[in-house]
Structures are given as C-alpha cells and as structure tokens.
Design a protein around this ligand. Structure first.
Ligand code: PHE
Length: 438
C-alpha cells in the first residue's frame, strides 16, 4: 500500500497503547461482578481458554488485516482483490458495535470522574453502607448528572484524539497505561494484607460449575473479546498505523498476557476487599460503585485508596474509549475528505445521541450490552472467515512473517484461524440459541 499514513512512534509505545485499549471497564468493572455471578473460577477458566484459543489468533489476524490494508475498518475489507462490496457491511457492523459500546461506556466512565470528586471531598466519610448505596442510586437516577459527567469524559477523549495518532493517542496511552500498572500493583499489595485475602483467592481458584450456565459461557467469550478489544475494529485500525518491521505475533502475545495478568490482578485485589467485610461477590453492577466505596471507608488510608482506585478506573476507561473513537474517526476520514477534527465532532455527537437512553435508564444499558454481545459474535465470525479464507494466501503469509522471528508459528496460527476459531465461535452461537429455546 503506497498511501502515506501516520505510524506509531515506537514499538513500546504501540504495545502500551494496545494494552491501554484492552484494559478498561471490561476488566475493572464487568469482569469482577460477572465472575461473581457465574461461579467464580469456573467462569474465569472459560475466560482464559477463550483468550488463548480465540483471542490470540484473532488478535494477530486483526493486526495483519490492519497493517496490510493501512486503511480504516470498512476499507480494510475492501482493498483486497476480488472481494465483494458486501464485505464492507461487516466493517459497518463493526462501526455500529463500537458506537453502541461508546454509548454506554462513556456514561459509566463519567461515573468514575464523579467518584474521584466524591473521594477527594471525603463525602462518604461516616456514611453507612446503605447510605452509600443509596447515593449511587440517586446519582444514577439523575439525568443531568449522568449527562454532565458523560460530556466531561467525551471532552477528555476529544482533547487526546484531536492531536492525532502518535502525539495524541500514543503519548497519552503510554502515560496512562504505565501509571495504571503502578497504581494496580500498589492496590494489589495492599489487598494481600487484608483478612479476606485467603477467601478471595480460594474463590478465584475453586470453580463452582453449578453456577455456570451456557449463557455464562457465551458471556465469557463476549468478555474475552471485549477486554481484548477484538471484533470492534480497534486492532484493525491500530494495526493500520503499524510499521512493516513491527513483530505482530510477539506484540499480540505480550498484550494478551499483560491484559490477562492485569485482569486477574484486579480480581485478586477486589475480592479480598469484599470478603473482608462479609459482602457477596455477585453484587452486580453496583459492586465497584456501591460496595467498594463503603469498603474503602472502613480501611486505613481510605481517601488515598479510593482516589487511586477511581483514577485507575478513569485511566483504564479513557485509554479504551479513545481506541473505540479512533475506529469511527479513522473510518470517516478514510472514506470521505473530512478532516480529523470534523470527524471527531460528528462521532462525538452520534455517541451523545446514542447514549441518551443509557443516560435516562439503567435498563437500556442492559438491552444495549445484550444486543452488542449478540452482534459481536457474528462480527467476530465474519472477520475470522475473511482473514482465513478471503485474504490472499500469499499476502497473508508475507504479512504474518514481516518483522517477526516467529515465522514458524504461521502454520499453527493458520490452523487456528481457519478451523478452531470459527468453529468455537459457531459452537458458542449455537449454544446461545438453544438457551433461547430456538
Ligand atoms: N477492552 C476495553 C475494556 O475492556 C473495551 C473496549 C472494547 C475497547 C472494544 C475498545 C474496543 O474495557
């Protein structure tokens, strides 16, 4: 491809940016409570399996698709020889999924800004657990507060994104992802000294399969893809800024391991805190906004603890949401003559409009995420099929092997992406329809 396109400043910069995209509300907010609802480590086990057999090959595939085409998500399907224009639909579906996610992601991320302010003002000090829970419910019911904080969060995204790829996204992701790991390590060490540590660990280690339904298994796949930012066009778009000497398989493996490690570390940090105060782990979506703030209040250094936690949450959310924004922004600038700023403004407006139902009511958020989970598996399936069967075989091999010493992994990878990944996704889809009684 001979078009001039911005590229990442450094290899490490890209790795931290990709980890930043992966680590987000998925690992920090969803994973802990979904683990709690689905039988602890039984769920975690599926999550890890899906990461390895579906996540890793697809991750490599998406980066290859992106680097080869050096285009936005829709065009990345269309630049290949002899592809029918209908493949562009998969790209558009991906854009839709990213927008639908942003529509709730920005609302929840806005809460983290509110909770940083609450932590700084020490407003929860001395309140009972019911009072703290109630204040979240009140906050959640306030349309103006939800909207204001969502807007604030979107403005943060715009400030980063307007600077472009290497001096905007990469520069800020590098900073926030590094800070995130330091804060996470501090919290994990702190959790080791809590009385509920042993109970928290055994909860994560001993599976309770009776609590895991087939819907739970689909959720584990959805969450594995979600936390790795796969099937949302992110890694294709980020891949389109890679240089030819970047080692794709190695980069994908590093990001995957770092993300898994951090996700488990977060669970290891959160569960002991919950158990130390006799709470149930399946406290649902309120887990980190209702239960944890109360738990923090009972612990030494409560203010520092809660500020660190919610800043961590904000950084995690921001490095992820900018990657989703980039999918849509890059796609628009790629397909039209639109400037980056204009594309950014249009994307933000769409997100605000799509986000309105989520601002108004919690139940819409559930409908939204269920819908996305469902569209997502099909996007994952078609993207995989495209990479495995529509990509020119010669070009695919060449792109895999460029810049890597692990060319010997090409054949095993090809086997996974041709057979194991699509079959696993298909099985999960079939299982899902059985759950619906179809
Ligand atoms: N991976 C991010 C998280 O876990 C969310 C995300 C999904 C980001 C899709 C980009 C694309 O929160």
């Amino acid at each position: 491809m001979d078009i001039k396109r911005e590229t990442w400043g450094s290899k490490l910069g890209f790795i931290l940016t990709a980890i930043g995209s992966a680590l987000g509300l998925g690992a920090m907010w969803k994973l802990p409570y979904v683990i709690g609802q689905n039988g602890g480590s039984a769920f975690l086990m599926w999550f890890i399996i899906f990461n390895l057999i579906i996540g890793l090959p697809l991750f490599i595939g998406e980066l290859i698709l992106g680097r080869y085409s050096a285009r936005g998500i829709v065009s990345s399907f269309l630049v290949h020889k002899n592809t029918s224009p209908s493949w562009g639909m998969v790209g558009w579906l991906t854009v839709l999924v990213s927008l639908l996610i942003l529509a709730w992601y920005t609302v929840v991320a806005g809460w983290s800004i509110a909770y940083i302010l609450i932590a700084l003002s020490d407003a929860f000090s001395g309140l009972s657990k019911d009072e703290i829970a109630l204040s979240f419910d009140k906050f959640r019911d306030s349309i103006s507060l939800n909207f204001t904080f969502q807007l604030l969060f979107i403005v943060l995204n715009i400030l980063v994104l307007v600077k472009g790829v290497s001096s905007g996204i990469e520069k800020w992701s590098k900073f926030m992802t590094s800070a995130l790991f330091i804060m996470l390590a501090a919290l994990a060490i702190y959790a080791c000294f809590l009385p509920g540590f042993g109970q928290g660990i055994s909860y994560i280690l001993y599976p309770d399969f009776s609590k895991l339904s087939s819907k739970g298994v689909l959720q584990a796949l959805g969450l594995a893809l979600f936390t790795l930012s796969l099937s949302y066009g992110v890694m294709v778009t980020y891949g389109s800024y890679l240089k030819k000497d970047n080692d794709i398989p190695k980069t994908a493996l590093i990001v995957l391991v770092a993300n898994l490690f951090a996700s488990i570390l977060i669970a290891i940090t959160i569960f002991p805190m919950i158990f130390s105060f006799g709470f149930e782990p399946q406290a649902g979506e309120g887990l980190i906004f209702k239960t944890l703030p109360y738990v923090f209040e009972q612990l030494p250094f409560s203010m520092i603890l809660s500020v660190i936690f919610f800043v961590l949450l904000l950084f995690a959310a921001l490095t992820s949401s900018i990657s989703m924004f980039e999918v849509v922004v890059a796609n628009f600038t790629d397909l039209t003559a639109m400037s980056r700023t204009k594309s950014l403004i249009i994307t933000s407006l769409i997100v605000i409009i799509l986000g309105l139902p989520n601002v108004f009511k919690q139940s819409f958020m559930q409908i939204n995420t269920d819908l996305v989970d469902l569209i997502l598996v099909f996007v994952a399936l078609f993207t995989t099929l495209f990479i495995a069967y529509k990509f020119d075989a010669q070009a695919l091999k060449q792109e895999f092997c460029l810049g890597t010493k692990w060319a010997f992994l090409y054949k095993p990878w090809l086997f996974l992406i041709k057979f194991i990944v699509p079959l696993s996704i298909l099985l999960v889809i079939l299982e899902r329809f059985k759950v619906f009684g179809l």
